[in-house]
Ligand binder design. Structure first.
Ligand code: NAD
Ligand code: UDP
Length: 314
């Protein structure tokens, strides 16, 4: 049994990770400031005597004795990370410094939830870890993209200078139950719109692509990455290489929900990446990992979740 700290533990991904780690028999501590996370995401875990919940902001130092740290604290959807861009940068950068300092002091392993956004609007397709990216440093997405890039830099420097046991994963668009209904991400938006028979809001002409990964596949990848030896630090892409246009995603969701929704086109936000697809050769080789849940199966579970949520909330 390990003692494991999950920052951002009350968020969409963090809550799934806490649940899986508890099921695997570990002691888990969730640290969260509830900016985008919610207690309802973890309330079902609170009866577990090996689960502890702490309200704290990662921009402030935090001391605890643990074996492993998963650093997920950071708003992840454009609506939320652009709400207070300065705070987003601070969360990524100060959060990384605080968690790396903690890991150094207690000799814990620390895993950074980085992102495919470090590739920006990529000019290499699919994206391999060796690609340096194409990020606008002063655009509306930069508080998130550059914050995450600096966090990677800090992780590598603590590794080289201080021998901290680091792991970096670059997560590609992930979806599933417990996504925040108001966070504006495409999968949750389209499912909610379809279930309510409202127009589906497509930004741009819908020809931009994304590769959607179901949350359980990601959690497997995270745990496999944490379990690798100290000589493998990443970064490693964790995503599903199945690539879909946003219009295809909308049509799939309309079909699966039997919705009467129509497509409604809106202007494309600036710096919105035109294509995104992970090359997962490295994850296959080093982690023996690849996703197992296809889009239809994952969407079906996610639709069931939002259908229940909407019925509960009238
Ligand atoms: P989320 O918004 O649901 O979760 C983030 C959690 O961090 C929330 O619970 C929030 O309250 C908490 N948080 C935010 N700022 C904090 C702070 N200053 N101190 C303490 N807690 C704070 O988002 P998510 O989708 O679960 O993303 C989790 C992590 O994974 C993020 O770091 C994100 O960048 C990364 N990621 C997610 C995706 C994705 O598709 N979901 C893709 C790439 C990377
Ligand atoms: N998008 C859309 N309609 C929406 C929400 C998002 O067409 O209601 C588009 C968005 O412009 C982007 C893609 O879907 O091209 C994915 O958006 P999301 O915010 O989910 O993730 P990210 O852009 O960070 O990959």
């Amino acid at each position: 049994m390990k003692r494991i700290l999950v920052t951002g533990g009350a968020g969409f991904l963090g809550s799934h990770l806490c649940e899986r780690l508890l099921n695997d028999g570990h002691e888990v501590i969730s640290l969260d400031n509830y900016f985008t996370g919610q207690k309802r995401n973890i309330v079902h875990l609170m009866d577990n005597k090996f689960f502890e919940v702490i309200r704290h902001d990662v921009t402030m130092p935090f001391f605890i004795e643990v074996d492993e740290i998963y650093n997920l604290a950071c708003p992840a959807s454009p609506v939320h990370y652009q709400y207070n861009g300065i705070k987003t940068v601070k969360t990524s950068v100060m959060g990384a410094i605080n968690m790396l300092g903690l890991a150094k002091r207690i000799k814990a392993k620390v895993l950074q939830a980085s992102t495919s956004e470090v590739y920006g609007d990529p000019q290499v397709h699919p994206q391999t870890e060796s690609y340096w990216g194409h990020v606008n440093p002063i655009g509306i997405r930069s508080c998130y993209d550059e914050g995450k890039r600096v966090a990677e830099t800090l992780f590598m420097n603590y590794y080289h200078q201080n021998d901290v046991r680091i792991k970096i994963i670059r997560i590609f668009n992930t979806y599933g139950p417990r996504m925040h209904p108001n966070d504006g991400r495409v999968v949750s938006n389209f499912i909610i719109q379809a279930l309510k028979n409202q127009n589906i809001t497509i930004f741009g002409d819908g020809s931009q692509t994304r590769s959607f990964q179901y949350v359980d596949d990601l959690v497997n990848g995270m745990i496999k990455m944490m379990a690798t030896g100290d000589d493998f630090v990443g970064p490693v892409n964790i995503g599903n290489p199945g690539e879909f246009t946003i219009k295809e995603l909308a049509e799939n969701i309309i079909g699966m929900t039997g919705s009467k929704s129509k497509l409604e086109f809106h202007p494309l936000p600036s710096d919105d990446p035109l294509q995104r697809k992970p090359d997962i050769t490295l994850a296959k080789e080093k982690l023996n990992w690849e996703p197992t849940i296809n889009l239809e199966e994952g969407l079906s579970k996610t639709i069931t979740f939002f259908d229940k949520l909407l019925k509960e909330n009238g």
